[in-house]
Design a protein around this ligand. Structure first.
Ligand code: NAG
Ligand code: NAG
Ligand code: NAG
Ligand code: NAG
Ligand code: NAG
Length: 581
């Protein structure tokens, strides 16, 4: 499959581009990582270095933690000052916090200075991975941390769910501020959303003479703002040990999140060396690929069920990434301009619909005259990839016949049995491909009549991969926030939160019954009471009474159907639903 290869290449080129070596800084008390490929870090828990050189501290599992330390100890006391005094030091790091369910992430990523590289006694969630119920508040910790916290924990007097806090031996911060920065030109405060998936840089400066810590934050690529975000008076001489380690701790709670560090640097008695942003940019791209990973894989699958894929982003820096595979496979990229013109400048009259994460416009490609549907992923909406500053547009083949739902319940033409059976087969083969035939298992998670689109020949195509998840074969299924549509959610999904190919099959079974009976999986009772008709129960009842043909959608003409196919669909639906449920 051509498109699938393109996207795989995209991923692989991202990896090669990003392969960056560590440059160990000057003395023992200085280091800089511009990307982590080949870095000799001390890792613990979920922490790992991705092939492209991203330091991934948590992997998207709920209630997990990860630690990573620069392997060699730093001498943070003495120096030219009196032996016991903490020396001035400075650290900087570039990070990205990517929620698994867009807009919903937790818990925190922290820079830590600790007496050892072993934080294994730390607890996940609100203990941020480096303290626990007994150690919180104890002077024996000798830990200084800067927390980038995305959950408000009242037990630690957190100010909000998007703050930067300075912690000394305790999770109750010495001082904290909402995430943001002061613009150098205007002096204005600008908010930043930590859990946006966007890369940001943080600087931590300890002035030993003034006994003061400053933390500064800014969007990646911005100069360090002159005014720090948050400061605290704290003499670290009594806190930091003679030999200390510098590293990161990240933790998640019930909301799963991936915490990444793209680069970091540290120095004693002088400013932290600059992180080479050109190389960190390369890992940044991979981070953004991750943000879009689920989406892209979904589109790959969509491409196989049919379709044209094009990802358009306006900013030039992403263009390089695509060129190699474009040359090899031919361009699938359309310029922003082309799509702008195709949709008459995203005019309202071209609007086809608005979904959970964007608006869809009808358009005609100027050169080929091909009808396309262009999905414009909106800013500030509820899923992760749309938080990219850049515009993301996806163009699909325009589906002139709308969704199956429109034909079953809306104004669309009633479907005859042959059409319905063809749709069932189309969806089944699409799901088979997603579940079994691609390199990774793609779980669609929102199979339902309104997401099954019909092309000009009434062939079904599985659309809307907004909720799709992919995971490696053999990988453990992750627990995620339950997503899907009522009536199509398998009981075990509701119970355990684990979406799997089987939970897609459950939704498909519900769809089978729906297409055959022309009724929704769950219907409100006609008498206005709050009771609901469960389609499966009703069909099952008729099955037991051997009156199964009575459930067939009355709009399917008698004699117009193949009884074999019909009972296959109904039995398939009922037995599978009954056995899964
Ligand atoms: C990695 O760091 C550890 C701890 O400092 C050290 O023992 C080991 O030799 C280092 N390995 C390499 C390949 O540098
Ligand atoms: C908490 O952390 C401290 C310090 O690492 C450790 O000694 C203690 O056993 C931990 N307590 C629990 C309950 O894990
Ligand atoms: C953590 O320690 C601080 C003291 O540093 C204390 O005020 C706070 O109540 C403690 N919180 C918990 C949940 O133990
Ligand atoms: C910044 O965030 C604060 C607190 O969440 C909010 O009150 C304020 O309106 C925000 N400012 C802007 C410019 O978005
Ligand atoms: C907390 O940080 C803010 C911002 O830097 C600063 O204005 C304030 O004085 C600090 N508060 C304390 C108690 O250090």
């Amino acid at each position: 499959m051509l498109e699938a290869k393109c996207v795989l290449r995209l991923l692989f080129y991202g990896l090669h581009l990003a392969a960056v070596a560590v440059s160990g800084g000057g003395g023992d008390d200085e280091f800089v990582y511009s990307g982590f490929s080949g870095a000799n870090l001390t890792l613990h828990g979920a922490a790992m270095v991705t092939p492209s050189g991203l330091l991934q501290l948590t992997d998207g599992a709920a209630v997990s933690k990860g630690h990573a330390f620069h392997p060699t100890p730093l001498h943070l006391r003495g120096g030219e000052k009196e032996a016991a005094a903490a020396r001035s030091f400075s650290a900087s790091f570039v990070f990205g916090i990517v929620p698994v369910t867009p807009g919903m992430g937790g818990h925190s990523l922290s820079l830590v200075v600790a007496p050892s590289r072993d934080l294994s006694t730390g607890t996940a969630s609100s203990y941020l991975g480096f303290l626990n119920t007994t150690s919180n508040g104890s002077a024996r910790n000798h830990i200084v941390a800067v927390e980038l916290d995305t959950i408000q924990s009242p037990e630690f007097q957190d100010i909000d769910d998007n703050h930067v806090g300075l912690d000394v031996n305790s999770l109750v911060s010495v001082n904290a501020s909402s995430a943001g920065y002061y613009d150098d030109r205007t002096g204005e405060f600008r908010n930043l959303t930590l859990v946006s998936g966007e890369a940001m840089q943080a600087w931590v400066d300890y002035d030993g003479d003034a006994a003061r810590i400053d933390v500064t934050l800014a969007p990646v690529g911005t100069e360090k703002p002159r005014k720090p975000l948050v400061s605290a008076s704290a003499d670290l001489s009594s806190v930091i040990t003679d030999v200390a380690y510098v590293g990161f701790s990240a933790s998640t709670g019930r909301l799963s999140t991936r915490h990444y560090v793209l680069g970091c640097s540290f120095a004693v008695d002088e400013p932290a060396p600059a992180i080479d942003m050109a190389t960190a940019q390369a890992t940044l791209r991979e981070l953004q690929t991750q943000v879009q990973g689920g989406l892209i894989a979904g589109v790959v699958a969509l491409a196989t069920v049919a379709c044209v894929l094009l990802i358009v982003r306006r900013r030039y820096r992403y263009v390089e990434l695509r060129e190699d595979w474009e040359i090899e496979f031919g361009a699938h990229r359309l310029s922003y301009k082309v799509l702008f013109h195709a949709t008459n400048g995203f005019k309202n009259k071209n609007l086809l619909g608005t979904g959970g994460f964007g608006t869809v416009y009808k358009g005609v490609l100027p050169t080929s005259g091909t009808g396309v549907a262009v999905k414009r992923v909106t800013h500030g909406c509820s899923i992760g990839y749309c938080r990219l500053k850049d515009e993301l547009l996806l163009a699909y083949d325009y589906m002139p016949n709308g969704s199956v739902e429109q034909h079953l319940y809306g104004g669309g033409d009633a479907l005859n049995w042959a059409q319905r059976f063809q749709i069932i087969k189309g969806v089944a083969s699409g799901l088979l491909y997603l579940h079994e035939e691609w390199e990774q298992v793609v779980v669609h998670r929102d199979v339902k009549a309104s997401n099954i689109l019909l092309d000009g020949e009434m062939n079904a195509r599985l659309g809307d991969f907004g909720l799709a998840r992919l995971h490696d074969r053999d990988a453990e299924l992750h627990t995620t926030v339950i997503a899907g549509t009522f009536g199509y959610i398998a009981p075990e999904l509701a119970l355990t939160g684990r979406a799997s190919p089987l939970t897609d099959v459950f939704a498909f079974d519900a769809f089978l019954l729906e297409v055959t009976t022309g009724r929704r999986p769950v219907e409100e009772a006609m008498d206005g009471s709050s009771s609901r008709l469960m389609l499966v129960d009703w069909v099952f009842e008729h099955w037991r009474n051997e009156s199964l043909l009575q459930v067939v959608d009355p709009r399917i003409e008698l004699g117009d159907y193949d009884v074999g196919e019909l009972s296959l669909a109904l039995r398939g639906g009922v037995t599978l639903l009954a056995s899964t449920g």
